[in-house]
Design a protein around this ligand. Structure first.
Ligand code: BGP
Length: 473
């Protein structure tokens, strides 16, 4: 297990446990397509596109995506060929409940049953996530995550999923990156409903956390014996220097963007620093009696970590106008560290050690919670230029990206981290919320004109890695 064998003077073999989860992650909106078919109701993405198509990159929406709705058999067969032992899907809430609650759509039940059965038949464990940014429009119209009634509807939706699919699914996730709809929809204007208001953002965040605890409670009340968790995008916050101002600023960013969700999900409590900050801003959310006990009792079994980039933080140098409505960035500034390695296409820093720092933090401060890397990946524009004569993208940069992250993960494992697996974002090039098809992430290339799938070099490399339980670098 986990040993590092010395192969040559410089190269090492990194070996992972035999039962490590290897696979990829995807989401319903970004892959299924059939956005207006099979009885699916509209969600906020369908609606926003209808309202403001120019807010979508290249004016392209997710109506077709990667056509998984029609091609899931072919895609799962390819996953099997590439050695996956696990794959994350999300259920489209508005496909199952076109109005978000009430009447169920039998065609959707049939579709998800077929996908889950197909995965199991291919020896690929389905990891099922309940919410990946796709609020049913009917529920957004009554307030979305700002509304307590939507929390109740979500709990019913979660219970329904457990009872429909829980006989075969034993890895459940309540949310993917719940802070993103908060940031996008209520702070920085990159998701519908395009509100910019800190207090409302806090209420949305609070209700997402509460809904997660309610779903966990509902799962525990079933007879089912699987595990339930949440998937968080963790962004380690590094101060520019060890000066008190920089260090304090980085801690504030960490509390706001990481600990705000991590602490209640894993420890069952909110950081005192967060409560103080919200109190100072007059932004404490509405909490109903009994909520905090419920959150305390219903923490996760399993944590998914989406890791793309760190935050580099420095002390706030120019204070905002005293009348400016509060925004998190009033408390710190971002800092462009000289010499940092960037993914030029996505504009995100690549810092492989971040994954080790996250895992170490979880081991030291979060009871070494069982976890896995649920997303990590590299979006690249213009990958066609790396195609060989057979059409296969020779993406050595992606292999290098994955291997360098795995090296740090391996080190964390050796030091006792409870990390159980690694999923790349994503299996096949897919539609992105912010960039449509500009940046490609998959192990499998997608020809948009023909929907033809072609495995990239990284896909073959990953298959070999799984077969050999590791790699040499
Ligand atoms: C994560 C999301 C994914 C995916 C990925 C890549 O935050 O969970 O849904 O989109 O980021 O980001 P992007 O597509 O914006 O480059």
């Amino acid at each position: 297990m986990n040993q590092t064998e010395v192969t040559t003077a410089k190269e090492q073999k990194y070996t992972f446990p035999a039962d490590f989860w290897w696979g990829t992650a995807a989401s319903a909106t970004q892959t299924e397509g059939a956005a207006f078919e099979g009885g699916k109701g509209p969600n906020i993405w369908d609606h926003w596109y209808e309202q403001e198509p120019n807010r979508f990159f290249d004016g392209v929406n997710a109506t077709v995506a990667s056509d998984f709705y029609y091609r899931y058999e072919e895609d799962i067969a390819l996953m099997k060929e590439l050695g996956h032992n696990s794959f994350r899907i999300s259920i489209s809430w508005s496909r199952l409940f076109p109005e978000g609650q009430g009447e169920m759509n039998p065609t959707a039940i049939d579709f998800y049953n077929r996908v889950i059965d197909e995965l199991i038949a291919a020896d690929i464990e389905p990891f099922v996530n309940l919410y990946h940014f796709d609020m049913p429009l009917a529920l957004q119209n009554i307030g979305g995550w700002e509304s307590r009634a939507v929390v109740t509807a979500y709990t019913e939706y979660a219970k329904t999923c457990f009872s429909l699919f829980g006989d075969r699914v034993s890895k459940w996730f309540t949310h993917n990156e719940p802070i993103v709809p908060v940031e996008g929809g209520y702070l920085y204007d990159f998701h519908y409903p395009n509100v910019v208001d800190f207090k409302r953002a806090v209420q949305v965040a609070y209700h997402s956390i509460l809904s997660s605890a309610l779903a966990i409670q509902a799962y525990k009340e079933t007879e089912q014996t699987g595990e339930i968790g949440i998937i968080l995008n963790l962004t380690p916050s590094y101060p520019r220097s060890q000066n008190a101002g920089d260090v304090k600023a980085a801690q504030v960013a960490d509390v706001l963007f990481n600990r705000s969700f991590l602490d209640p999900s894993v420890l069952g409590t909110f950081p005192a620093e967060l409560v103080d900050l919200l109190e100072q801003q007059g932004a404490l959310p509405e909490v109903v009696q009994g909520d905090l006990e419920l959150i305390a009792k219903n923490t996760v079994d399993l944590l998914g970590i989406n890791y793309y980039q760190p935050r580099r933080i420095k002390v706030k140098e120019h204070l905002p106008h005293p009348d400016a409505p509060f925004m998190p960035e009033h408390l710190f500034d971002y800092y462009e560290m000289p010499g940092r390695k960037m993914n030029p296409y996505r504009g995100w820093e690549i810092y492989e050690k971040g994954i080790y720092d996250i895992l170490t933090n979880l081991r030291e401060n979060y009871g070494n919670i069982k976890c896995f890397v649920s997303e990590n990946g590299m979006g690249v524009e213009g990958e066609e230029r790396y195609r060989d004569e057979d059409g296969s993208v020779q993406d050595d940069y992606r292999i290098d990206f994955i291997a360098s992250h795995l090296q740090w993960m391996h080190r964390a494992l050796e030091e006792g981290s409870n990390v159980k697996g690694y999923h790349l974002w994503t299996f096949m090039d897919n539609w992105s919320w912010s960039n449509a098809y500009k940046n490609r992430y998959g192990f499998v290339g997608l020809d948009l004109a023909t929907q033809k799938r072609t495995v990239k070099k990284s896909g073959h490399w990953f298959k070999q890695l799984i077969e050999e339980q590791g790699f040499t670098k």
